[in-house]
Ligand binder design. Sequence first.
Ligand code: CO
Length: 151
Amino acid sequence: MIQLALREIRKKGDEILNKKCKEVTVFDKKLAILLDDMYETMQKHDGVGLAAPQVGILKRAFVVDIGEGRIEIVNPKIVKAEGSQIGQEGCLSVPDVWGDVERPNSVTLEGFDRDGNKIEISGTELLARAFCHEYDHLNGELFTDKIIEEK
Ligand code: CO
């Protein structure tokens, strides 16, 4: 049995959150443990998404769970984005800030699972929003720079 571990969430002001992440090239047990730890950490803090740089790892991977089950993707690319939606976002790295952000209403990602198999995932509404928010983290971008109206 693998013992899961909570990781420290980096907060806004930590420069690691502003850096561009590197592609994952090795799909090993270390990556699997990272993804498990990220999911555990996200759930512990009642988040709906968490990207690797938020736990101090500059790798292109994130986990999402909007209440419909666990989704994880490595080296994601947005291959389709359609429509638009405006809705409220928050971030575990930016406590106590909430604001409206415009996102595509429908997003399709291509990437890899933890074993290096190619996957494609689509989401609409909240799921599409979560994908875009986490994807931005991989490029060193925070939602606070996209807020239309702070709540
Ligand atoms: Co975030």
